[in-house]
Design a protein around this ligand. Structure first.
Ligand code: CP
Length: 329
C-alpha cells in the first residue's frame, strides 16, 4: 500500500522518485485503465499548462486527453508563439506567472542538433521547477523521458508478469540523423529499477553517458539484476524476452551532425528484422516509443509482426500520465 505523498512533486527523471512512488503510479494507472469512469472528476477545476518547444503526437494527445478524462483542462502552448520561445522573457518570469494560473506545468524541450549541448535542455526544465511552486513534469528533455519510461514498464509488466530473470535488450538502431538519448537513458534506468536483466546493444561510438551507466549499475546492485554491454546483434538478441529498439546520437559528436554522420553511416545494417526476432524467446515482445522510421530502425515485418506491442505501449502513455497528474496535482 502506497504511504507517500506525491502532491506538488516534480517529475524530471524516474531516477529521482522512490520505487514506492513509481509503483504507486503503475498501480493507479492500472486502476484508471480498468475503470476510467471512476476517475472522471479527479482533477475537476484543475489546469495543466503544456509548453512544447518541439513537435509531438503521442505526448500532446495523451496529456491533453488525459486531463479531459480526469475532469480537468489542458492548455497547449507552442513555445514559438510565447515570449519565452522568442528569447524575450526569462524562465523565472514565465514559470512564476504560469504558477499563478495553472496547477501543473509540463515541458518538452530538446535543442536543434546543430546547437546540441548535452544536459542543456534538462537545465531548462530544472530552472522551471526552481521558480514554479506547482509541479513540473518533464515531457522529454535531452536527457530523460520519464513518462515514456513509466508507460514502457507498465506495458512490460502487463505482458510479462514477473520480471525477475527476464532479458531486456535495449538496442541502438540506425537513423539518418542523430536523435536525443532521453529514451535510451530512461529505458535503461527504469528497466534496472524493476530488476530486468539488461543487455545494452550498440555499435562502438554510441555509448551512453557514464553518469547514466553508473546509476544503472547501482540500480542493478540494489535490485539483484545484471547489466551488460554488447556490440553483437545476434548474441544480444538470442533468448531475449523484450527487445526495445531506438535510434540515438553519438555523445562524442553532439552538436556536430556532419562529423557524426561519418560514424553512423557505417551502421546502416543496424535494423531490427525478422531473422533477429527469430533468435528471441517465443513470447518475446518488440517495443519502440514511436515515431519509428519503418524499414530503417525496424522492418515492417517486425513492426507489424506477432511480437510487436507498440500500440499498447503508446496507449499506456495515457494511463500512466493520468496517474502521474492525479498524484502530483
Ligand atoms: N514517444 C513520444 O514521446 O512520442 P511523441 O514525440 O509523438 O510525443
Amino acid at each position: 500500500m502506497f504511504q507517500g505523498n506525491l502532491k506538488g512533486k516534480d517529475l524530471i527523471t524516474t531516477q529521482e522518485w522512490s520505487f514506492e512512488d513509481l509503483e504507486s503510479v503503475l498501480k493507479l494507472a492500472g486502476d484508471m485503465k480498468k475503470n476510467p469512469k471512476n476517475f472522471s472528476s479527479t482533477l475537476q477545476g484543475k489546469s495543466l499548462i503544456m509548453l512544447f518547444f518541439n513537435p509531438s503526437t503521442r505526448t500532446r494527445l495523451s496529456f491533453e486527453i488525459g486531463m479531459t478524462q480526469l475532469g480537468g483542462h489542458a492548455v497547449y502552448m507552442d513555445a514559438e508563439k510565447a515570449w519565452i520561445g522568442k528569447g524575450s522573457e526569462s524562465i523565472k518570469d514565465t514559470a512564476s506567472v504560469m504558477a499563478r494560473y495553472g496547477d501543473a506545468i509540463s515541458i518538452r524541450i530538446f535543442p536543434n542538433i546543430t546547437d546540441w549541448q548535452y544536459g542543456k535542455s534538462n537545465e531548462v526544465v530544472r530552472e522551471f521547477a526552481r521558480w514554479a511552486d506547482i509541479p513540473v513534469i518533464n515531457m522529454e528533455c535531452d536527457l530523460f523521458h520519464p513518462c515514456q519510461a513509466l508507460a514502457d514498464i507498465l506495458t512490460i509488466k502487463e505482458k510479462m508478469g514477473n520480471l525477475r530473470g527476464k532479458k531486456f535488450v535495449l538496442s541502438w538502431a540506425y537513423h539518418p540523423r542523430p536523435l536525443p538519448v532521453s529514451v535510451p537513458n530512461s529505458a535503461l534506468l527504469i528497466a534496472t529499477r524493476f530488476g530486468l536483466d539488461v543487455t545494452l546493444l550498440h555499435p562502438k561510438g554510441f555509448e551512453l553517458d557514464e553518469q547514466i551507466m553508473s546509476w544503472a549499475r547501482s540500480n542493478c546492485e540494489a535490485n539483484g539484476c545484471n547489466l551488460e554491454v554488447s556490440h553483437n546483434m545476434e548474441e544480444a538478441y538470442r533468448d531475449a524476452d523484450i527487445v526495445y529498439v531506438k535510434a540515438w546520437g553519438s555523445l562524442k559528436y553532439y552538436g556536430k551532425p556532419e562529423e557524426e554522420k561519418e560514424l553512423r553511416v557505417n551502421f546502416r545494417n543496424w535494423i531490427c528484422n525478422e531473422d533477429l526476432m527469430d533468435l528471441t524467446n517465443k513470447n518475446s515482445i518488440f517495443m519502440h516509443c514511436l515515431p519509428i522510421r519503418r524499414n530503417v530502425e525496424a522492418t515492417d515485418g517486425v513492426v507489424d509482426g506477432p511480437h510487436s506491442i507498440i500500440y499498447d505501449e503508446a496507449e499506456n502513455r495515457l494511463h500512466v500520465q493520468k496517474a502521474i497528474l492525479s498524484l502530483v496535482m
